[in-house]
Write a protein that binds this ligand. Structure first.
Ligand code: GDP
Length: 432
């Protein structure tokens, strides 16, 4: 995987930024002055690309010759990296140590992205612009603490890193992970057999494919996919008691491990609560969703149109999910399955640049302002996409906003940007 080194002097917020990039809170402890730790690396992914983040250790900021030490440490990390994220504290400005690092960076010739950290609000943004004078390009204002600007920064980082091989699972570097789930007898195993007939893949000599014995690698539409827990589909375990419980555990386990989930529904039977519960579970797990109506061959020609309208109504809350009407039996429309899966994965990985997002919020507020309640009207101050897979947005406001208005924002986000096949999360952060 491509390696990104994070360098900068102590207390500029490297650790917080690393946590933000790898999307975890617990992974890195705060820089503690005087504590030396080794370089630590983490796997990160953004926009469907995976890379390794190397965090450089802590130094004693009071030590004599600190600037030289920082530069020396940074040099080691930079040598091993494909690209460098250089973090400067915008509220402090350029120090000797920063300038020492810049000299090392220049010498290395490695691509550099400059992060101006601790830009927590609009006012400090001007200070970030002073960092142009370092002469290593555009400073990206971020708040590692609050997440502000981190999406744009990560986009710049990706642009600086060499391309990872295409069409691979960003989390494991192997094939994309698909789960087939659904009630018993809807045709999951028939579907799997139909799909697998195309071409079973020999596992061992493919990179990044230590396959769990319950998974199968299947070549579909010119690409290898990892189908999750196919053993659970093929070997049907029917115990007298509690088999539903185990089936449900298995379903949830498969959803958890997948990136995209195909929920199979029997088109020849009325849809049930259980079908909807499974779709809801996929949405709640934040996974991409494709809905496959199987046994379409059993639906009379002249009923198909009406059935589709009925399904439209029943699935109104999942109308963002691609649907395919197939027959595992006759093979009808099986060729539409892969494009639907690909579309859902694309929606799941969509990333909206911060500028575009805020232009959208501006238009939305201008056309449909939040209602005034007891003389007050909360303002939408700023929005940012905190993560992809699934797209997750954070909107900072001047006060609490109404749930109906939040749902309105979510709906409009979809109308403007699509997010086909993916849940979308919006979090609102009122500023006190
Ligand atoms: P699973 O429990 O979801 O894995 O369902 P199976 O694949 O075992 O299928 C249940 C039953 O439905 C079997 O008798 C299949 O032959 C039948 N079946 C599956 N797919 C289709 C289909 O597309 N059309 C028809 N007519 N029958 C199907």
């Amino acid at each position: 995987l491509p390696v990104l080194a994070i360098v900068g002097r102590p207390n500029v917020g490297k650790s917080t930024l690393v946590n933000r990039i790898i999307g975890r809170r617990e992974a890195v402890v705060e820089d503690t002055p005087g504590v030396t730790r080794d370089r630590v690396s983490y796997d990160a992914n953004w926009g469907g690309r995976q890379f390794t983040v190397v965090d450089t250790g802590g130094w004693d900021p009071d030590a004599v010759g600190m600037a030289a030490k920082v530069a020396a440490q940074a040099e080691v990390a930079i040598m091993a990296a494909d690209a460098v994220l250089f973090v400067v504290d915008a509220t402090v400005g350029i120090t000797d140590a920063d300038e020492a690092v810049v000299r090392v960076l220049r010498k290395s010739g490695k691509p550099v992205v400059l992060a101006a950290n601790k830009v927590d609000d609009q006012r400090t943004e001007a200070e970030a612009m002073n960092l142009w004078s370092l002469g290593i390009g555009e400073p990206y204002p971020v708040s590692a603490m609050h997440g502000r600007g981190s999406g744009d920064l990560l986009d710049a980082v990706l642009a600086a890193l060499p391309e990872a091989p295409a069409e691979t699972d960003p989390q494991t570097g192997g094939p994309r992970r698909v789960a087939i789930v659904g009630k018993p007898n809807v045709g999951k195993s028939s579907l799997l057999n139909k799909v697998a007939k195309e071409d079973r893949v020999v596992v061992h000599d493919m990179a990044g494919t230590t396959v769990d014995p319950v998974d199968e690698l299947i070549n579909l539409g010119g690409q290898v996919w990892r189908f999750i827990d196919t053993a659970g589909i093929r070997r049907r375990v029917r115990t007298a008691s509690g088999h539903e419980y185990y089936a449900s555990l298995r379903t949830h386990g498969a959803i958890e491990r997948a990136e995209v989930v195909v929920v199979v529904v029997d088109a020849s039977e009325p849809m049930t609560e259980q079908d909807l519960r499974i779709m809801t579970a996929v949405e709640e797990a934040g996974k991409a969703l494709v809905i496959a109506f199987n046994k379409w061959d059993l639906v009379d020609e002249d009923r198909r149109y009406y059935l589709e309208r009925e399904i439209d109504r029943d699935l109104i809350q999942f109308r963002w999910a691609p649907r395919v009407n197939i027959s595992a039996f006759t093979g009808r429309h099986m060729e539409k399955l892969v494009p639907a899966i690909e579309a859902a994965l694309e929606g799941w990985q969509t990333r909206i640049p911060t500028g575009q997002l805020n232009a959208f919020l501006g238009r939305l507020v201008a056309a449909h302002p939040h209602p005034v309640r007891s003389g007050k009207q909360p303002k939408l101050l700023f929005g940012t996409q905190a993560s992809t897979m699934p797209p997750t947005f954070v909107i900072f406001t001047s006060g609490a906003i109404e749930p109906s208005y939040q749902r309105f924002i979510e709906r409009r986000l979809r109308e403007d940007f699509g997010f086909v096949g993916s849940p979308v999360h919006v979090a609102v952060r009122p500023r006190k």
